[in-house]
Design a protein around this ligand. Structure first.
Ligand code: 13P
Length: 294
């Protein structure tokens, strides 16, 4: 199966072959280095995802320059196919998507999931039409995730599980390349026992042929992630846990008697990010098997 853009190709291959592409949030030099490094060290695809939330840190044009500059300076040894995508995560504004498309992003996520269904379709379709004209992939969301601890998303966070038949209607009417679904994960760290509604996910995967995206990766146990990947999840987003690990490492470093240099602190955050990303990459690799519901 060949998609019309690199994002669709990358995720369709993952869904077919039973693994997931990691989407790690990026907002500064170290997070970009860690995300690109995770791909280079494993040879697996990775998506560096700048949230609209982080435009205060980096606008798309600066993020794109950094991303492409780092890739040129990296070894690229284990990543000959250049399987690294630059993605706009959770954009509520169509204008943000246009800004990212213009800046050369591989894909954008228009998140109009908080709006009434018909407006979600209309706004998503508007982005799909513009993005596809430029060979840029599009992800959209149907349903909503609850907000867990340390959640850093825009939304208040009310769980609204994705309805399988509405998912089919949404994908057919919008032409999106990937669909983010709500099946029990939360944005941020879980307050209770992590749970994924596998039968709902299986029902969605049976009906919807495009790759499915799982938001709220942080804190989700490896066996649940592996089960979701077997059912058709082709991209998993991880943000909070990486930030929490980096901030904890930073706190430890500044509590020592010696005044560390800011450049050293940047390296401290980088290695904390590397560790968390590495752990997730091992889970996302999958075992190559897929519960066949298509
Ligand atoms: P977590 O912060 O729970 O990992 O979720 C990340 C996410 O879904 C970003 O879109």
């Amino acid at each position: 199966m060949t998609g019309q853009n690199a994002f669709a190709d990358m995720l369709q291959k993952a869904r077919m072959d039973g693994y997931a592409v990691a989407a790690f949030n990026v907002y500064n030099l170290e997070s970009f280095q860690a995300a690109i490094g995770a791909s280079e060290s494993t040879g697996m695809p990775v998506i560096a995802a700048l949230g609209e939330r982080y435009f205060q840190n980096l606008r798309p044009r600066a993020a794109s320059a950094l991303f492409h500059g780092l890739q040129k300076s990296g070894s690229g040894a284990k990543n000959p196919l250049g399987q690294i995508g630059l993605h706009l995560d959770h954009a509520t504004e169509v204008a943000s998507c246009f800004e990212a498309i213009e800046a050369g992003f591989t894909s954008v996520m228009i998140d109009a999931s908080h709006l009434p269904y018909s407006e979600n379709i209309q706004r998503t379709k508007q982005v799909v039409d513009a993005a596809h004209e430029h060979g840029v992939g599009v992800e959209a969301e149907l349903g909503g995730l609850a907000a867990g601890e340390h959640s850093h998303e825009f939304f208040e966070g009310r769980e609204d599980l994705t309805d399988p038949s509405q998912a089919l209607d949404f994908v057919t009417r919008t032409g999106v390349d990937a669909l983010a679904v709500s099946v029990g994960t939360v944005h941020g760290l879980y307050r209770g026992e992590p749970h994924i509604d596998m039968s709902r996910l299986a029902a969605i995967a049976r009906l919807v042929a495009v790759p499915l995206v799982l938001h709220g990766g942080s804190g989700t146990p490896p066996d649940l992630l592996a089960g979701a990947i077997r059912l058709g999840i082709a991209k998993v987003n991880v943000n909070t846990e990486i930030s929490v690990a980096a901030v904890k490492a930073l706190k430890n470093a500044v509590q020592s008697d010696r005044m560390p240099h800011l450049s050293e602190l940047a390296l401290v955050t980088r290695s904390a990010m590397d560790e968390v990303m590495d752990r997730y990459m091992r889970v996302f690799r999958g075992d190559g098997s897929r519960d066949d519901h298509e």
